[in-house]
Design a protein around this ligand. Structure first.
Ligand SMILES: [Cu+2]
Length: 156
């Protein structure tokens, strides 16, 4: 049988440990919320879902950084081409995917690796965007055909 004093010491130790764990949890939650509320850096917000791109369809000329968030349930990417073609008539291969190096397309932004569901990425344009017609697209297999394309106009 433990003496009352030993039992109290054990209890105090346990309570201290529980307090430390609780405090650490609260700190983690606060940091997580702070990160989520700031989101990816960028002046143009882009939300991708299955299988849609939502972003402003008119942009001012100049450099932009796209703050891309994947709100879908599968990975997505973001490409932006300068082209005279409408979004539903980009050059495609036999697999139905966009031929990204076609001379009819000039790529000005590319998220590179696919962004996972729930993930986000800051995607800078590779050059200052001149006024004209552009198409945003996700070219992961099948996604363009499923509707991940959007006409964008850049104005002076
Ligand atoms: Cu996609």
């Amino acid at each position: 049988m433990e003496s009352p004093r030993t039992a109290f010491k054990d209890l105090a130790g346990t309570l201290t440990l529980v307090g430390v764990v609780l405090l650490a949890s609260v700190v983690l939650v606060v940091v997580e919320l702070a990160i989520r509320s700031t989101g990816p850096a960028g002046d143009v917000t882009v939300n991708e879902t299955n299988f849609k791109i939502a972003m402003p369809t008119t942009l001012r000329a100049g450099r932009h950084t796209f703050a891309l968030t994947n709100d879908g349930t599968v990975p997505h990417e973001l490409l932006l081409f300068r082209t005279n073609l409408p979004d539903n008539a980009l050059p495609i291969g036999a697999d139905g995917n966009v031929i990204e190096d076609s001379p009819l397309l000039h790529k000005v932004a590319d998220s590179g690796n696919a962004t996972n569901p729930g993930g986000s990425e800051s995607v800078p344009s590779s050059e200052a965007l001149a006024p004209g017609h552009y198409v945003a697209a996700c070219n992961l297999p099948g996604h363009y055909r499923l509707g991940m394309r959007l006409n964008v106009t850049v104005i002076p």
